[in-house]
Design a protein around this ligand. Structure first.
Ligand SMILES: C[S@@+](CC[C@H](N)C(=O)[O-])C[C@H]1O[C@@H](n2cnc3c(N)ncnc32)[C@H](O)[C@@H]1O
Length: 205
């Protein structure tokens, strides 16, 4: 059965050890960094490690998350590390309320939390915040990850269908999501990190 996580699910994760909160950027984004130029919006940024990675490389970065706790932590990290980045408490299902557009959006683990209906709203919102010709770099759980612990599994076909109109799917690569070594015992995932897709998708109109 597909369980769609809500705000409370994420509050509970962050009150303990959120599996994805590894204290550094995800390897797939580090590997793709050379392809990213211009401004960056990190949608569902959590405590900000991916956003701070790109900000440290000189990108103008905004990170958004619907929870105040992780956003406060992200701001604290930026201040401690002397990195300039903007962090906002904001629902990623209301991207059309953002007053600016970005050259890139990064999404590390957000797309796969949405219901089918919210996925459509999210992609419609992305079209309003990504400049024409801009790209989304998206990492999500893969349908090749066995079991049903953790987020919804996403197939390559799901990605292509979600971004069918007004987008070009440039690449989808298999990657692994790095997770904390001290995962809760009920969270059984593939050793070496859950299997994921890393998609690069361009907005064409
Ligand atoms: C799997 S976590 C990934 C966090 C971060 N990207 C990372 O890699 O560490 C998903 C994040 O999305 C946030 N989130 C979930 N639904 C959201 C929504 N509708 N709007 C904004 N953030 C949301 C959660 O609070 C959580 O921080």
């Amino acid at each position: 059965m597909t369980v769609v996580p809500n705000r409370e699910t994420f509050e509970n994760f962050y009150s303990g050890k959120a599996p994805w909160d590894i204290g550094k950027p995800q390897p797939a984004f580090v590997a793709a960094a050379g392809k990213v130029s211009g401004s960056v919006l990190d949608a569902g940024c959590g405590t900000g490690e991916n956003a701070l990675f790109f900000a440290e490389r000189g990108h103008k970065v905004t990170g958004i998350d619907f929870l105040a706790g992780p956003i406060e932590l992200a701001k604290k990290k930026a201040a401690q590390r002397g990195i300039s980045a903007t962090f906002l408490v904001m629902d990623a299902l209301q991207l059309d309320s953002l007053p600016q557009q970005f050259d890139n959006v990064i999404d590390c683990g957000l797309f796969h939390v949405f219901s089918d209906e919210d996925r459509e709203r999210y992609v419609a919102g992305l079209a309003t915040v990504i400049k024409p010709g801009g790209r989304i770099f998206l990492e999500c759980f893969s349908d090749e990850e066995p079991g049903d612990a953790g987020p919804r599994r996403i197939s390559q076909a799901d990605l292509k269908s979600a971004f069918a109109d007004g987008w070009t799917v440039e690449s989808i690569q298999p990657v692994r999501i790095e997770v904390r070594p001290d995962l809760p015992p009920d969270m059984v995932l593939t050793p070496g990190g859950p299997k994921a897709w890393f998609a690069v998708i361009r907005r064409v109109i």
